[in-house]
Design a protein around this ligand. Structure first.
Ligand SMILES: *Cc1c(COP(=O)(O)O)cnc(C)c1O
Length: 360
């Protein structure tokens, strides 16, 4: 058997475990991307996506990972200078992507494990130096959920600043009411809380974001909001999309609406609470600052000095896996994802396996 043929159940924060019903859906025959069948699929998928994001804004399907949409944000929405909120590897990367696209950006930076506070953003934006904000909701590298709802309150004071939110590991697992929060661009890829194989990203664009983009030259082509919009008006994408992922997304959105979004968010919260309680009960500490722990993944501090790489190896022998700390945080903490289609029973199964390994 080839190494990739073995099924190891994923409890890593992306890509996450994909259930057989979605995999089956993705194996439907391919349709032409300019066919009316595709237009039906596209329209239906986008309408449901807007529902789960509580928005009337345009929603787009991008055949790229979320990183592509980071680039879209830089190219379409950063005019003079952006403010990036950095508290981990993903938020740092987004800042660098802005610079790599020739844009100016400053950052607010707090230590790993800490959250970005609304006052910090308020203080910086009050200088009037910034026309856009890059804000990562759920910093997957540290397990910190930044206070999106409180930050959105502050953003109401700055109507000229484009509010861009990376919700890659929170969208569809934690509540994000795009319109109520006044988010101008909200983005995610589908291999996290949507529990679909990688290859597709989704994002919303507000009227304000279009107004900004209109004034910006050199938006490129692949990620130009207006190119997306032109094709979306015909329920199409500018180039050939990842049709299997869109089949998967369509079905996953049906499942979400059937479960009920509030129930879905509550399920994620319960899995998170269970995992945190387990960690604390075993004498571990939680890595995130108290009160800012994510509901889609738990980052556990290795205060007990266990050999994390060895734990992961033993777990893989049992057919499941978790993540070590991100880059420089290797062996300092480990991360357990509880998002997507996971249920509390799955988490219990994983934690029992970890107990067996650590206990024996
Ligand atoms: C995974 C992740 C990304 C990168 O997403 P890709 O789809 O791999 O480009 C960006 N931001 C956050 C918060 C993430 O968790």
């Amino acid at each position: 058997m080839k190494s990739w043929e073995k099924h190891i159940k994923l409890f890593i924060p992306g890509p996450v475990e994909v259930y057989p019903d979605i995999l089956k859906e993705m194996s439907r025959p391919v349709i032409g991307h300019r066919s009316s069948a595709y237009q039906d699929l596209h329209a239906d998928t986008v309408a449901k996506l807007k529902k789960i994001l509580f928005t009337q804004n345009d929603a787009f399907l991008s055949t790229s990972s979320a990183t592509g949409v980071w680039e879209a944000c830089a190219r379409n929405c950063i005019g003079e200078k952006a403010l990036a909120c950095v508290n981990g590897a993903f938020s740092e990367s987004w800042y660098k992507v802005a610079l790599a696209n020739g844009k100016e950006a400053d950052k607010i930076e707090v230590p790993l494990g800490k959250a970005i506070k609304p006052e910090m953003i308020d203080e910086k934006l009050a200088t009037g130096e910034y026309d856009s904000l890059l804000f990562v909701h759920n910093e997957t590298s540290t397990g910190v959920a930044n206070p999106l709802y409180k930050v959105a309150e502050v953003m109401k004071k700055y109507p000229d600043v484009i509010f861009m939110v990376d919700a890659v590991s929170s969208m569809a697992g934690m509540k994000i009411e795009v319109d109520k929060l006044g988010i101008d661009v909200c983005l995610a890829s589908v291999q996290k809380a949507f529990a679909i194989p990688p290859g597709l990203a989704v994002f919303t664009v507000s009227k304000k974001a279009y107004e900004r983009a209109e004034k910006i030259k050199n938006r490129g082509y692949y990620f130009d909001f207006f190119v997306f919009k032109k094709y979306a008006e015909k329920n199409q994408t500018p180039s050939t999309p990842a049709i299997p992922q869109i089949y998967g997304l369509n079905t996953q959105l049906d499942k979400m609406l059937k479960e009920g979004m509030e129930n879905r968010f509550e399920r994620h919260k319960q899995m998170a609470e269970f995992t945190r309680k387990w960690a604390l009960g075993r004498g571990f500490q939680l890595f995130p600052e108290k009160g800012y722990e994510s509901n889609t993944l738990t980052s556990v501090s290795n205060n007990k000095g266990i050999f994390i790489a060895d734990l992961i190896k033993k777990l893989e022998n049992k057919g499941m896996t978790i993540s070590n700390g991100y880059k420089e945080m290797q062996e300092k903490n480990f991360r357990i994802a509880h998002m997507g289609d996971m249920k509390i029973e799955d988490i219990k199964g994983l934690l029992e396996a970890i107990d067996e390994i650590l206990g024996g």
